[in-house]
Design a protein. Sequence first.
Length: 218
Amino acid sequence: MRRWLFRAMALTVLLALGWIALYAIVPVPKTPYMIAEARRLGGVARDWIPIEQISPHLQRAVVAAEDANFCLHWGFDMGAIRDAVKEGGTRGASTISQQTVKNVFLWHDRSWLRKALEAMITPVMEAIWSKRRVLEVYLNVAEFDEGIFGAEAAAQHYFDVSAADLSPVQAAQLAAVLPNPRERSASDPSDFVRGRAARILDGAGTIHADGRADCFAN
């Protein structure tokens, strides 16, 4: 019994490693969350594009908004985690790497099982994928409005332009809807979104100047 259990666990680990390694190369077809939303809504909008076709303004804006130290950590931002603990858990500390793992390999809830799996998979993904690949996948699977997934669909939906042609302001407004895209609009921004976009625009310039965008830059 122990032998069969060990073999089953070993096979599960090997399959998981193969799945992670495969997505280091091939486009992610659909995520579990996309599939669930497509069933609920009757379809979703999403077009996979390589990172070369995503405006550098959006790349830097999303990193500045969601994980300014993306290039400096190995999947977990320990400084952000400590700050979150000090503030009693009122602020988020999830990195782009963690969000990518959740979106691509897992499901959306706050269960301890999902969090434990996320914690196990994130450093493995970081060891196999480049930072540029992590950001490429994240920008292709993130939800920017209800049923709108990825940078290309979001750029077309909000501004009627391709992701490659987003201006710095448009990129900042897109990044500003994260992580609550259903409550915020990039094309009709509230005062909160406008203020957040302005801060993101400054932050994007800062990480570009100080080298914290070098790991994913062209």
